[in-house]
Design a protein around this ligand. Sequence first.
Ligand SMILES: Cc1cc2nc3c(=O)[nH]c(=O)nc-3n(C[C@H](O)[C@H](O)[C@H](O)COP(=O)(O)OP(=O)(O)OC[C@H]3O[C@@H](n4cnc5c(N)ncnc54)[C@H](O)[C@@H]3O)c2cc1C
Length: 371
Amino acid sequence: MAIIGGGMAGLALAAELAELDGRLAERSGGTRPPLSITLLERENQLGYHSTGRSISAFCESLGGPHQRALTRASRTILDAMGAESGTPLLHTRPMVWVADEEHLDPLNDLLTANPSLRAVDLAAAQTLCPPLRPSAVARAAVERTAQDIDVDGLLERYRHRATAAGAVLRTAIGLESGTWDPAGSAWRLTTDRGELQAARVVNAAGPWADAVATRLGVAPAGLKSLRRTVAIASAPGIGPAWPLVMDVGERFYFRPQRGGLLVSPADETPSPPTDAVPAAQDVSLALDRAASATTLEFQRVRTSWAGLRTFTADRDPIVGPDPRQDGLSWFAGLGGTGIQTAPALARLAAAQLLDEPYNVPGLNPQAFLPR
Ligand SMILES: Cc1cc2nc3c(=O)[nH]c(=O)nc-3n(C[C@H](O)[C@H](O)[C@H](O)COP(=O)(O)OP(=O)(O)OC[C@H]3O[C@@H](n4cnc5c(N)ncnc54)[C@H](O)[C@@H]3O)c2cc1C
């Protein structure tokens, strides 16, 4: 089995798949040979693209009902992984949704959809984040159990689990093309480092998943990548324990980071798959919007970056076997919640690939199947 892509999706899947396969091989008493699992990542390091650009947030109220179900299930997995290694992967940082007078309806919709949210007024929101301006907050909603995720720590845990369970993780090797041999039920894969064979390819190439499908001679799934910009700016008086503050109108979010304030204009600029870089006007927009929502006086931008969030048309991930092509499965379209949902989604995908049960309460995995 070849997994294409070494971001959070591919790496979490490699770990879950190799471990589940090991358990099944052991259970068979030696009658079922273990799978050979190889992950191919084109960059020199794992997690370089979307995964390396996230803001490390874990919030149940982000995304739709499927994302919420996956996030809840992922929390249990992340807590167990942290307990097992003795180093927690989640650290509490509340999240505050703010709505101005014009966005009270979407705030009410959020409150209705999310039992984890509690409605609060401006004064309560200012207790958590003192510089919030009254003009930006007619009403707010707090998710007290939101967390920061240690993304590097999680990648490292998955890397360790995958290799300990026998998966081979290769970097600096890009898939160029592939031909399916129906007689041998196998792919002949051409990479920039030579040829490989695999009985199944799992497409976990993030923003490049459609390009990878095309390289395998399969029609794309219609994924869209949207660029998002983040900057860290300095300003006097930033409190390290302030929450993640997100505008219900999707015009900004911010939260403290490394002594500065991480700010984003919550931009969604369509982009081809690429090594995304921030545009100067998006960085300025982030600062302007954060400045008008708070009384903070920004001094300088310390750093900025951009990354791609890749979505299907319905914004649910695409996970499962391709009905049009033998030997091809998808694990892509993780959108804007691919770090916080990857633990449960990878467990689901691994179970599906090995024909084993895995149930996420509140989730119908049929909804993710490629069509
Ligand atoms: C600014 C920003 C903030 C975000 N914040 C959060 C957050 O707080 N919480 C959250 O849960 N999510 C967040 N996300 C979303 C999250 O980062 C993504 O959903 C997730 O990283 C997607 O992971 P992936 O493995 O699918 O993609 P990627 O990390 O992009 O991995 C795909 C990999 O495939 C490789 N690849 C492509 N083509 C080939 C090929 N031909 N051969 C070999 N390898 C190939 C690429 O090099 C790449 O490394 C954020 C995203 C952005 C951009």
